[in-house]
Write a protein that binds this ligand. Structure first.
Ligand SMILES: Nc1nc2c(ncn2[C@@H]2O[C@H](COP(=O)(O)OP(=O)(O)OP(=O)(O)O)[C@@H](O)[C@H]2O)c(=O)[nH]1
Ligand SMILES: [Mg+2]
Length: 465
């Protein structure tokens, strides 16, 4: 497949969105895109890989600078050569001249591609003097061309452009927006690529491209669900231990123990987020996570109320005194039930320990402070799940062509996954069952798989469509 993967050369005036298009199509933010004109300075090939195979190639190019000169050369010499030979002659003649290098690279890219994608900024008026020579080059090449009309949402001069294009028999035009990262939009762009005038054999590769891009997207959803489920299991099973000498643990030590537990959880979350960012091709765009710590506000917003938990049969009756620390009718994000220790005495709840207080519990036993999840804190799973889903939601909605930072606000009031209604009742039940099983170490593998399936469904329903 490698050598036969279809190759598309993206050409067009500077700043018209060529690199943005390739970035969106390859789901990769490592392609240079910027507001300034002339960002791409040489022709670069980006291969779209799926399972180590090249599915297709995209040539990103700068805009022609010497289009007029190229056209003059073609007009004067084309009768002396066969086919594209006149362009080879042009290259031979000018390859020593530094100011021609950019254009020669573009010619190389165009000649070695199966298809040409011409990106036009239709928020600008059509101007024959500015673009006419490019059209003439395209016309001369006689390669299958696809015209993508970009920035349509700014100003729309599509009509003028279409009229002008039709004079050069360039009629395969499609409006696009590389900044819209929805699956539907990207899939439409792939379907547009599919409309190029291709041979039977090329059509087979284009069929495959369309198919693989869809399979790939599906796979990213599954991988994300697996990663999130795995991370939650790890956190629910996580125990952090700190050993001390002497009779009792003092306050400083208790705080240290709690910090260790918190840091352990945050590290697991952070690593998981990083993996998800890579699954989705976010390597460079900054993710500004203002919600790093799990605090009371999040617990209240992301957890289920006591009534709702009771409604889905979470068996919260057993929580006892911890309910007393929960605000109003909300069962808090966590309960800090100090469990009677076999040795060393009992630690009272301290309001300063936010995470511990809302999330986990600890015991002191045999000169050890042991922190772990509170078995009855069902909301711990809801909180972790919603934090991960919010992160994924913000990544996917952002898109690769948009180079601004991705911001996850601290206050869950403005989160998509910040309401009570993100899950269906049956899903909430499954989440509670999952939590119960994991903390009691029962059917771990099976419930992890069930949670994974559930997450994938939520991703499909709420995020990636
Ligand atoms: N409003 C809007 N801006 C867009 C759209 N597509 C791209 N841009 C912006 O246009 C600017 C240029 O985009 P690039 O993708 O770097 O353009 P290019 O054609 O590769 O430019 P050069 O590399 O300079 O030739 C960036 O600031 C993009 O964010 C669009 O559909 N709408
Ligand atoms: Mg560019």
């Amino acid at each position: 497949m490698k050598s036969n993967a279809p190759t598309f050369a993206f050409i067009g005036k500077p700043n018209n969105g060529k690199s943005s298009m390739i970035s969106a199509l390859t789901f990769d933010d490592r392609i240079e895109v910027s507001k300034s004109v002339g960002t791409t300075t040489k022709a670069l090939q980006y291969s779209y890989y799926y399972k180590q195979n090249v599915v297709c190639n995209f040539f990103d190019t700068p805009g022609f600078e010497q289009a007029k000169k190229i056209v003059a050369f073609i007009r004067e010499h084309k009768s002396e050569y066969f086919g594209h030979g006149v362009l080879d002659a042009f290259i031979s003649k000018y390859k020593q001249e530094p100011q021609m290098h950019k254009d020669i690279e573009i010619i190389h890219a165009v000649l070695s591609s199966d298809f040409i994608v011409f990106v036009i900024d239709v928020s600008q008026h059509y101007n024959q003097n500015v673009i006419g020579y490019e059209f003439e080059i395209l016309h001369f090449l006689k390669k299958p061309v696809l015209i993508l009309l970009n920035k349509i949402q700014e100003q729309d001069y599509t009509k003028e452009w279409k009229e002008a294009l039709s004079k050069y028999k360039l009629t395969n035009t499609h409006p696009i927006n590389p900044l819209n990262s929805s699956y539907k939009n990207i899939d439409t762009i792939y379907k547009n690529l599919y409309t190029v005038d291709a041979t039977l054999q090329q059509k087979q590769f284009l069929d495959q491209l369309l198919h693989l891009h869809r399979v790939h997207y599906q796979e990213k959803k599954s991988l994300s669900a697996e990663e999130i489920a795995k991370m939650i299991v790890e956190i629910l099973q996580f125990e952090s231990v700190i050993t001390f000498r002497g009779k009792d643990a003092d306050e400083t030590l208790k705080e240290k123990a709690l910090k260790k537990y918190q840091n352990g959880i945050y590290t697991m979350e952070k690593n998981s987020k990083k993996k998800i960012e890579q699954i989705w091709g976010y390597y460079q765009i900054k993710v500004l996570d203002e919600r790093a710590e799990i605090d009371a506000k999040q617990s209240v917003n992301l957890g289920l109320t006591k009534n709702r938990l009771a409604l889905i049969g979470a068996g919260i009756g057993a929580l006892g005194s911890s309910i007393a620390v929960a605000p109003i009718t909300l069962l808090d994000g966590g309960v800090f039930t100090a469990i009677a220790a076999t040795a060393g005495g009992l630690i009272g709840a301290k309001t300063a320990y936010t995470l511990g207080e809302k999330f986990g519990s600890y015991i002191i036993s045999n000169n050890k402070i042991i922190h772990k999840i509170d078995a009855k804190n069902y909301n711990a799973t809801f909180i972790l799940l919603k934090r991960s889903l919010e992160h994924l939601y913000r990544l996917i909605k952002h898109g690769h062509a948009n180079r601004e930072a991705i911001i996850i606000p601290k206050n869950p009031d403005s989160w998509y996954f910040g309401t009570e209604w993100n899950f269906q009742r049956s899903e909430e039940k499954k989440i509670v069952k999952f939590h119960n099983n994991i903390v009691n170490d029962e059917n771990t593998k099976q419930v992890e798989e069930e949670l994974c399936e559930l997450i994938e469904k939520v991703i499909e329903r709420e995020i990636a469509y």
